[in-house]
Ligand binder design. Structure first.
Ligand code: ADP
Ligand code: MG
Length: 346
């Protein structure tokens, strides 16, 4: 073990982990990751970037091509899933529809041959822990989405895992329920003090949930950090674009990221604030979003090309916009202070 890992407990450590399915590019390419004990970690990235493969190698549902997985400093790389100390929670909770909440939770103990009284006692205890003690005999169809999620949580916890692994657990839910369920997940994670590793392709979901976000692309990790750090200081163009809310702008000194809400819009002939960088642009879209108005803009030189899409977006508060409304076709100056721009690695 390194000196570092002995001073700070990592629940999960992934070392030079690689997965190759065929002869082509690896699905997961030599990644290194430490997940602090008791934290909520989100693996985030576009479809096909290797999130599920990474999670499945941690869970023991996929063999590794090379590298190691450690749980609390114990090398679990070649252990079967059931002996690792991890548990999975699946999309849409995957409860057995014909079993009561109690029997759903007790199911894995039944498979292990644990006697009925003992497994029911343990299952009841866990359901009580997630405030479901009064609904033990209900079938999944007789429970709300939130209650079903708690049963699924209790079912995952019955093996006393040291880390809970969740692969897109909220993706199949309608948007309203999804937001409700994610708040519940976050609350239970804190309450149980358990390490969660949650895979999602939604940056909004990851931002809402994570203590630590791991942004992946093409089998590699692009950036690891808190939602605040990653949103405010994306390291490269991929992360800036994937997180959204940023403009990637070419300047004479290189490529920079500027948040859509950190850009000022000034009339074409008007004075730009001292020290600001300015760039001419034509307004191509004005979208009212309630609290904000979103302007889409393009380089005036490329406005009339057929394939053109917005090159920049600016988010103005409703008040800013009504004080100085702009319309489609207006030529304006986009201006930002040196502090608002940060360099992006190629
Ligand atoms: P994500 O969960 O980020 O969408 P995956 O980990 O599922 O991505 O997949 C990463 C890459 O590995 C993709 O290119 C996918 O097609 C490929 N892949 C995933 N599972 C298998 C498999 N069982 N056999 C072959 N290729 C796979
Ligand atoms: Mg996946």
């Amino acid at each position: 073990m390194t000196a570092h890992s002995s001073t700070h407990t990592s629940a999960i450590e992934v070392v030079a982990l690689t997965k190759r399915y065929g002869d082509g590019k690896p699905a997961v390419d030599n990644i290194n990751l430490r997940i602090a004990s008791g934290s909520y970690c989100c693996l985030l990235g576009p479809s096909g970037c290797g999130k599920s493969t990474t999670l499945r190698m941690i869970a023991g549902h996929e063999s590794v091509t090379s590298g190691d997985v450690l749980l609390e400093n114990r090398n679990i790389t070649s252990l079967p899933a059931a002996e690792r100390g991890t548990a999975m929670m699946f999309q849409s909770f995957a409860l057995f529809p014909h079993l009561s909440a109690l029997d759903n939770v007790a199911f894995s103990l039944k498979m292990k041959g644990v006697a009925k009284t003992e497994r029911h006692e343990k299952a009841q205890h866990l359901l009580e822990r997630v405030a479901m003690g009064h609904l033990l005999q209900r079938k999944p169809a007789e429970l709300s989405g939130g209650q079903q999620q708690r049963v699924a949580l209790a079912r995952a916890l019955i093996t006393q895992p040291r880390a809970l692994l969740l692969d897109e657990p909220l993706s199949a839910l309608d948007p309203f329920l999804r937001i409700q369920m994610r708040a519940e997940l976050r609350r239970w994670q804190k309450e149980l003090g358990l390490t969660f590793i949650h895979v999602t392709h939604s940056q909004e979901e990851a931002m809402a949930l994570a203590d630590t976000m791991v942004v992946m692309n093409h089998g590699v990790i692009e950036q690891i950090g808190s939602p605040h750090d990653i949103y405010n200081r994306p390291v490269n163009e991929f992360v800036a674009r994937f997180m959204g809310g940023h403009n990637v702008i070419n300047t004479p000194t290189g490529k920079v990221g500027v948040r859509t809400d950190h850009i000022q819009v000034v009339g074409a002939g008007e004075q730009v604030p001292t020290g600001h960088t300015a760039k001419l642009a034509t307004v191509t879209d004005v979208e009212y979003q309630g609290t904000y108005v979103l302007l889409g803009l393009q380089d005036p030189a490329s406005v009339h090309s057929a394939s053109s899409t917005a090159e920049a977006s600016v988010m103005l508060s409703e008040n800013q916009f009504s004080a100085r409304p702009f319309a489609v076709g207006d030529v304006v100056q986009l201006a930002w202070s040196p502090e608002a721009a940060h360099a992006l690695m190629p």
